[in-house]
Design a protein around this ligand. Structure first.
Ligand SMILES: [Mg+2]
Length: 101
């Protein structure tokens, strides 16, 4: 592939990655807001980043649900469970960032 062709292919791929990431990021925002409204003061939005054991337990629970979605007797949606893992990871990152501000 020519250099120009390679640059175009890279730009197309970057646009595809950006587009899909923006869609999923929007789903994460909606999911975090809905979970916070549902759980109120007990939502993960109130967990300090310093409580790493608690964060790890929450992330581990969601990861376990991804694994469960892959078992033969699953009735869980793999995409939804992966979105839960991403949402918890983003919330944890946000908590870390908030403590650094
Ligand atoms: Mg889940």
């Amino acid at each position: 592939m020519s250099t120009r062709g390679s640059r175009i292919a890279q730009r197309v791929m970057a646009n595809r990655i950006g587009s899909s990431t923006r869609v999923i990021a929007g789903e994460i925002v909606k999911g975090r807001v809905a979970a916070h409204e549902k759980h109120g003061e007990n939502s993960i939005e109130a967990v300090p980043a310093s409580e790493t054991g608690r964060w790890l337990a929450i992330l581990g629970e969601e990861f376990g649900e991804v694994c469960r979605a892959l078992t033969y007797d699953q009735n869980m949606n793999l995409r939804d469970e992966l979105l839960d893992v991403a949402s918890v990871a983003v919330a944890w990152i946000a908590a870390i960032d908030a403590e650094e501000d």
